[in-house]
Design a protein around this ligand. Structure first.
Ligand code: IPE
Ligand code: IPE
Ligand code: MG
Length: 254
């Protein structure tokens, strides 16, 4: 795959501002959907209104993603640190998660989307766990797009969970510590079996990862836009893909 990128680059010298994304776009795009609160405050609305608007933006992007050749879309919906927010905001976010799984699952299923969830799902309220499970089961045979919802997700929590499960295998005598390599760690992450993200998008301007995909984003291209998540549209996603097409990925080589 890397070789193909290189060949394409050589075929089009100058790396100009080509308007079209290359045929070989990112397979896995991961999005830090940030700025719902600021979007609302800017309009004199409660922060929760921003989260409602954010769900609409998510609908649009999930529809556009497979049309743009994206195979896996990971969306950061709720972090392990977001429990620190006021109770009414956390409650709204949990209700929206429930609503999204309930109301969108059928549409997503019709559109060939497979829903998957990463994070400490077992720590969510039982109703949310049930709806996620139903959506995952309903859509498990689909392969047009994998929509990976990061809910109660934290990169550090994920690594802690992976190390615990590796340690348990060692303790049980099934795993030799000397045989633990990067692939072994990756196979114990919530994302086992998925390709690493090629592109991480963050909306609302902050230049940080906020505990998102710490392991998997090792060589991801990062694109930050000032646009608040509720205002993010298909056109912004296309802009990100064009930007990605101009990047030179080296993976440590020359
Ligand atoms: C992102 O928007 C949604 C979640 C973190 C759940 P924010 O709620 O963080 O919006 P800002 O960053 O306060 O504007
Ligand atoms: C990251 O946004 C988490 C999600 C988008 C779900 P935050 O708003 O929680 O991140 P910080 O607090 O600005 O780093
Ligand atoms: Mg934020």
């Amino acid at each position: 795959m890397r070789r193909m990128v290189r060949r394409e680059r050589e075929a089009s010298p100058g790396v100009g501002p080509g308007p079209e994304p290359k045929a070989e776009g990112p397979r896995h795009v991961a999005i830090i959907m940030d700025g719902n609160g600021r979007w609302a405050v800017q309009r004199g609305l409660p922060r929760t209104a921003g989260h409602r608007a954010g769900v609409e933006a998510l609908r649009g992007v999930v529809k556009a993603a497979p049309e743009l050749g994206i195979k896996v879309l990971t969306c950061y919906a709720f972090s392990t640190e977001n429990w620190k927010r006021p109770k009414d905001e956390v409650d709204t976010l949990m209700s929206l998660l429930l609503e999204y799984c309930r109301l969108e699952a059928t549409t997503l299923h019709k559109n060939g989307v497979r829903i998957n969830a990463i994070g400490r799902i077992h720590e969510l309220p039982p109703a949310q766990q049930r709806e996620i499970e139903r959506a995952v089961n309903l859509t498990r045979g689909n392969d047009r797009l994998i929509l990976n919802l990061a809910v109660n997700y934290g990169g550090q929590a994920e690594l802690v969970d992976a190390f615990r499960s590796l340690a348990a295998e060692v303790q049980a005598g099934r795993l030799d510590p000397d045989r633990i390599d990067a692939a072994a760690v990756a196979s114990h992450l919530y994302t086992a079996g998925l390709p690493d993200p090629d592109l991480v998008i963050r909306t609302a301007g902050e230049m940080r990862l906020s505990n998102f995909l710490l392991w998997q984003a090792a060589y991801a291209e990062i694109w930050v836009t000032d646009v608040y998540w509720p205002d993010f549209t298909r056109e912004h996603l296309e802009q990100a893909l064009r930007e990605f097409a101009r990047r030179e990925r080296r993976f440590g080589a020359v």
